[in-house]
Each structure stands twice: as structure tokens, then as C-alpha cells.
Ligand binder design. Structure first.
Ligand SMILES: O=C1C[C@@](O)(C(=O)O)C[C@@H](O)[C@@H]1O
Length: 681
């Protein structure tokens, strides 16, 4: 049953039922880390184009698993399930039918040069299809695709934690035109909508086809995903609902939407008028993809007060993970009717979340009120996707004008480096037309953090260096801040009766996002990690991040862990110990900049693992050091084949998390990197 009635104690919307298949809560001794998802090593069978066997090594590396090539089904079945098996398209024969059910089947197709011939009927029964370009190859996109389809990331669950979400509707006939501005376009957006029906494929005779081919759509989607980390909403809007997708054959919708599931789109938009068996089949096949049930009415006669409106919601909720209902209106009164409808729906159903809007100028107020996936436009887009659409900045202005977003003061408290952060945050406030002020404060003895949070209009703060979690005036702490023992962000939560100041830690999320940029989370599970630091406190956020990825033993050099995170963490006592250790998959250095070269001998020592092709050697090195340093351990690590990240990467991901915590706005990583020049370190 999809509709969950609200229990008396449930005030909020829960997008995922508590028993979502992949979300595990693993308890590790004292510390509960709630971010763990499915960490099992997947069993995969990959079909690849002739001459493209290099992709196998990439996939295996991203997954941290070994791989082999099989020429026949018999050869494939002899391999352990944890070994990734690749089969070249030219070796696909009848022995592969019926399909192998013990492994997930993915067809890998390179879009370059010759258009690779399809993988024949085998392509049809593959669970997924991954389209990639060789030059350049985007490993981050591969990691994201695999993490998503394998249930190791759950963007829908992450978005459900936000109090408001938006989507940017791209209206380009060809995504290439969006790419130069994508970072700016997506500021304030939580997801990017690809309007497949608006794509225009040029035919050899210079005209455009009525419907873009799946091949064209696949390449457009690939281009978009290579350039944004935001979840994709794949929409085939029909001609009756202000789109261009022809309605004469509903099976065409099935074909295009089913393919979107195979391409690993995070969301598909499924129109409610489609025959029930199509909607049901898509729901049964959706895997990690979520369904947005969509209903649009342009008749101007639709009434939110009618019994029909309620029925439509219920019908949408049968297969929808989100139910979207949108009507073209001509009076402002209809916004109040919609708000009444929204409140009834929210009282009666805790799931699925409802996204309700009015189109047209008269309906614009509803775009300020809606909280779930409010569509936004941007002045740089060629056309607006629907009458009355507003930009993120316009919506924020409207929310301020109607009293929903009071002007608040946010603070950066701490060291001189904060000024770069401060400039960046001001830039975001401007870009998004947020009414807030940002103030930088050097922490002085007299001006304690406690005084600052008591100031009128205090909206939140980030603190660098972090505060100890024992600060008596911050009674509420997130689990992460408590376990790490450090508060780097203070968030104000407004309850019905009182305000609470919550101590948060955003740094561990920045480290985790960095670690999972080029590897799926399960690549870390049960592997060893080595952590170098002068003090446990400098390494605590990294330990938490590693544990959230289910890493195996953590070895430390330079300190001995004794805090709440110390289980499974052991100090290396000397060179003899080092020889005995399992080779680390990840090395993180939290040494100060002037000492950071100390890691180089270890990088060298653990590089010569002498592994053979077919065995993954993927390793990751993160240097958390800031400031001028002697030598460049990152360059050394890179030259030795480590995936290498520095403080600027961690800092940019931490900023993404911090902006979400402080002002509830999504500012994508690429924008942070673009807008902050060399980085925020
Ligand atoms: O469903 C919607 C909402 C929308 O129609 C709007 O009103 O902003 C814009 C469409 O692109 C999107 O698919």
C-alpha cells in the first residue's frame, strides 16, 4: 500500500518508508553512523564494445573489485560473484540466453567515433546501459552512476531531509548550449529537469525529427550528467500538457521512460493519463529511480476544492514517489484554494510528498508556497518551461515579501581564512537574492560565540577552527558533531514554541563526498585506511567519514585514538608494524602543511603492490593540509597512480553541505569551485 495515513505523532513528511531496502543503520560500538547504505560488493556482468576493454579496468577500479574477461557464458559462471566479468560485444552468442540472473547486467557503450552497433537483443535485457565518452572520460560520472544503480547513494532520501526543494527545468533543444553556464544556472537547484520532449535532433537533410531518437536523447543525457552532480529528472511532457511529446502511441512513453531507468536517471516524470499498465510496469521496474507522478490541467476550470482533486492525488500516489499536480489558473483566489488542499493532503498522508502549483501570472504565489520540487527557471535559459515560472531569486524575493523568509544575520567566526568563505557566501546570497546579511568575526576573547548566538536576528554561523562539542551553550548536537567532538556549524531550528541552536559538523561530509567522488562507497568496505595526524582532534572528522563508508581497520600514525570513535582504530607502533599491515586503500593526511611531506615514503611504500592487470589497485590519497608547504605530496601521489584530493576539494564539498545547513539552499560543488577561484582553503 502506497498511501500511509498520518499517525497522530507524525508531523513531518517522510519520503522513504523507514524500511527502505538499502538503508541500513549500522551500530558501531558507541557511535551510530546513520549514513551507511548498501555496502555489499555487487555481482556484475558487463557487455562492452569491441576495442573498449579499457572500460573494464575503470569500472573495477571505481568499485574496488577485481575483474576478468569471459569469452563464453561457461567461462563467466566459473568466476566468483565478486569478480566483475566483462564480455566483448563480438563474443555475445546464443549461449547468453536466457539471461544470467545471478548478476546485474550492464551494457557499456562508447558514443565516440563510429556509433557502436547495439549489443543486439542482449542489450534489451540488460538491466542498465551506461553511455560514456572516451575523451574526456568522466570517472566521477561513472562512480555516480554505479553508486546510484547499486543503491549505495540515495539522493531522494537526502532531498527528503531538506525543508524545500527545487528543480531547474532546462528547455534547450540541444544540451550543448547549456554546458558553458550550467554551474551558474544550477545555483539554488536541487535537481535538473531534462525536458526530453523539447530536444531537437537535426536530421541529415537539415530538418528536425518530430521526436528525438533514443540515441540522441541518450547522448544529451550523458552530456548533462558529465557536467552536473545534481540528480536528473527525465521528463517526456505530452502535447496536451504544454509539451511536445506526441500522444498517439502511449507505448512510446513506456519505451523512453523505461530507457531512462536503464540509464540510471534519479527521477522519471510519469504522466497520470498514461494507461495504468504502463505506470505499473514502470513502477515495478524502477530500481533506484523514483517516479514523479505528473498531472497538468490547462482548462482553467480545474478546482482544488473539488473531490476530483483529491482523487487525482490518490491515483498519483499509487505509483508515485512524489505526486505533482499543476493547474493553469486565472484568479489569485485559487492559490488559497490550493494551500487549503495542500494542508488537507499533508494532514491525511505522510507519503508521498505533494508538489502542487498554479500556472499563469495569477498562480505565481503558489510557487513561493510550494515546498517540494518547485520548478525554477533562469534568465539564461532560452524559454520558460511553463506560464508564470519564476527563477530561484524571484521565489526568494517573494518569500521574503510575504514574510516567509525574514532577514537574518549569518556569521563566519574564526581565522583569517574565513574571509574567502565570507566573500563566497555573500556571492551566493546575491545570486539567490537572499535577504540575509553575512558578517565575519575574528574570534576574540570578549566576543564569545555564546554572545553572538544570543544576538537578535542570529541566523546561523560557521566556525573555523571548530568549537569543542562540550560548549555548554549548545545543548543540541547532531550525532556526527557529538561523535567527532567538534562543531563547525551552528544551525537555528525554529520549532513551534521555541528556537533551538544545533551544533553540526559539516567537515566530515566534505571528506566523505571527496572520498566517494571517484569510488563507490562499497569500494571502501572492509578495506584498510591509514590516517596521519599530530592529534586525534585533527583527524576525528576523517575517522567519522571513513567509518560512514564501512571502511575496515583504520591505522593511525602520529596519534593514538582514545575518543568515542576509537573502536577499530589502532596506532602503528613502528616500521615492523607497517610491514605487517594490510595495504591501505585510502591514506588521509591531516598533518600540518609544513609536515605534509612526511606522508611521501608511505605513498611510495604502498604503491608498489605489484598487482597484476585484472586486480584492482585503486587507491585514494587525501591531503587535508592548508597553506604553504614544502614539496607537493599530492603531485607525488598522483605520479604514483593514487587518486588524489586536497583541502580545496574537501572544503568545497563542506561548503555545499554548510549552505544546505545554514540557508537550506543547494549550491553545487562545481559552482563553489568556480566562484571561489583557487578554492576556499
Ligand atoms: O511539471 C513541470 C512544472 C512546470 O510545468 C511548471 O509549471 O513550472 C514546468 C515543467 O518543465 C515541469 O515538468
Amino acid at each position: 500500500m502506497v498511501l500511509l495515513p498520518v499517525l497522530p505523532s507524525m508531523g513531518t513528511l517522510h519520503v522513504d518508508a523507514p524500511s527502505a531496502p538499502h538503508s541500513l543503520v549500522k551500530s558501531r560500538s558507541v557511535v551510530d553512523i546513520r549514513e551507511l547504505l548498501n555496502g555489499d560488493k555487487p555481482a556484475l556482468l558487463l557487455f562492452y564494445d569491441e576495442g573498449e576493454d579499457g572500460i573494464l579496468g575503470e569500472v573495477a577500479d571505481v568499485l574496488g573489485q577485481d575483474w576478468t574477461v569471459a569469452r563464453s557464458r561457461w567461462e563467466a559462471t566459473r568466476e566468483p560473484l565478486q569478480t566483475i566479468v566483462g564480455v566483448c560485444a563480438s563474443d555475445i552468442g546464443t549461449d547468453w540466453y536466457p539471461r544470467d540472473l545471478s548478476r546485474t547486467l550492464i551494457s557499456f557503450r562508447c558514443v565516440e567515433g563510429r556509433r557502436s552497433p547495439s549489443h543486439g537483443p542482449i542489450g534489451e535485457f540488460c538491466d542498465y546501459e551506461y553511455l560514456y565518452s572516451r575523451a574526456p572520460f568522466y570517472r566521477r560520472d561513472l562512480a555516480r552512476f554505479l553508486s546510484f544503480i547499486l543503491g549505495q547513494t540515495n539522493p531522494h532520501r537526502d532531498l527528503a531531509k531538506k525543508s524545500r526543494t527545487t528543480l531547474i527545468s532546462t528547455t534547450y533543444p540541444d544540451v550543448h548550449a547549456a554546458l558553458p553556464n550550467l554551474e551558474i544556472l544550477s545555483v539554488g537547484a536541487d535537481a535538473v529537469e531534462l525536458r526530453v520532449d523539447l530536444l531537437k535532433e537535426r536530421l541529415p537533410d537539415g530538418t528536425h525529427s518530430k521526436l528525438p531518437s533514443l540515441e540522441y536523447v541518450g547522448e544529451q543525457l550523458m552530456l548533462l550528467r558529465q557536467r552536473t552532480e545534481l540528480p536528473i529528472i527525465y521528463t517526456t511532457r505530452c502535447t496536451n500538457e504544454n509539451g511536445k511529446f506526441p500522444m498517439d502511441d502511449p507505448n512510446l512513453f513506456y519505451q523512453y521512460l523505461n530507457q531512462a531507468i536503464k540509464w540510471g536517471c534519479e527521477y522519471i516524470d510519469v504522466e497520470l493519463w498514461l494507461p495504468e499498465d504502463i505506470r505499473r510496469t514502470l513502477s515495478n521496474r524502477k530500481g533506484s529511480t523514483k517516479i514523479i507522478s505528473a498531472f497538468h490541467d490547462f482548462s482553467k476550470t480545474f478546482r482544488w476544492t473539488s473531490p476530483e482533486a483529491h482523487e487525482l492525488f490518490k491515483r498519483g500516489a499509487v505509483y508515485g514517489d512524489v505526486v505533482k499536480m499543476i493547474a493553469l489558473v486565472s484568479t489569485e483566489q485559487e492559490n488559497y484554494e490550493l494551500e487549503y488542499f495542500r494542508s488537507i493532503i499533508q494532514q491525511q498522508y505522510s507519503h508521498p510528498p505533494f508538489s502542487g502549483l498554479n500556472m499563469g501570472r495569477a498562480g505565481q504565489l503558489s510557487r513561493a508556497h510550494n515546498k517540494i520540487f518547485t520548478p525554477i527557471t533562469h534568465p539564461l535559459l532560452p524559454i520558460i518551461a511553463a506560464p508564470g515560472q519564476l527563477s530561484a531569486a524571484e521565489i526568494n524575493q517573494a518569500r521574503h515579501a510575504i514574510g516567509e523568509m525574514p532577514r537574518l544575520d549569518f556569521y563566519g567566526i574564526g581565522s583569517y581564512r574565513s574571509t574567502v568563505q565570507a566573500m563566497f557566501i555573500e556571492k551566493c546570497f546575491n545570486e539567490l537574492s537572499l535577504p540575509h546579511h553575512f558578517l565575519s568575526i575574528e574570534r576574540a576573547a570578549r566576543d564569545s560565540v555564546e554572545d553572538i548566538i544570543r544576538r537578535r536576528n542570529f541566523g546561523g554561523a560557521y566556525i573555523n577552527p571548530p568549537l569543542p562539542a562540550s560548549a555548554p551553550y549548545l545543548r543540541h548536537l547532531s550525532d556526527a558533531a557529538r561523535a567527532i567532538g567538534q562543531i563547525d556549524t551552528i544551525v537555528v531550528k525554529n520549532g513551534n514554541l521555541e528556537q533551538a541552536f544545533v551544533g553540526e559538523n559539516a567537515t566530515w561530509k566534505g571528506i566523505r563526498a571527496t572520498l566517494s567522488r571517484d569510488f563507490v562507497p562499497s569500494a571502501y568496505s572492509n578495506r584498510a585506511a591509514l590516517l596521519l595526524s599530530n592529534a586525534e582532534s585533527d583527524a576525528a572528522a576523517a575517522i567519522f567519514a571513513l567509518k560512514s563508508l564501512g571502511i575496515g581497520p583504520i591505522y593511525t600514525i602520529g596519534f593514538k585514538a582514545s575518543g568515542p570513535l576509537s573502536s577499530g582504530v589502532s596506532a602503528v607502533r613502528g616500521v615492523e608494524d607497517l610491514k605487517q599491515l594490510e595495504h591501505p586503500f585510502a591514506i588521509i593526511s591531516a598533518l600540518p602543511a609544513d609536515k605534509s611531506l612526511g606522508v611521501v615514503p608511505l605513498l611510495r611504500h604502498y604503491s608498489g603492490s605489484g598487482r597484476q592487470p585484472g586486480f584492482t589497485a585503486g587507491k585514494v590519497f587525501v591531503d587535508l593540509a592548508n597553506g604553504p608547504r614544502k614539496g607537493d605530496p599530492m603531485a607525488v601521489a598522483s605520479s604514483l597512480g593514487w587518486r588524489t584530493f586536497g583541502a580545496a576539494d574537501v572544503s568545497a564539498w563542506t561548503t555545499v553541505e554548510r549552505m544546505r545547513l545554514l540557508v537550506g539552499q543547494n549550491v553545487p560543488y562545481d559552482f563553489v569551485r568556480l566562484a571561489s577561484g583557487r578554492g576556499l582553503d
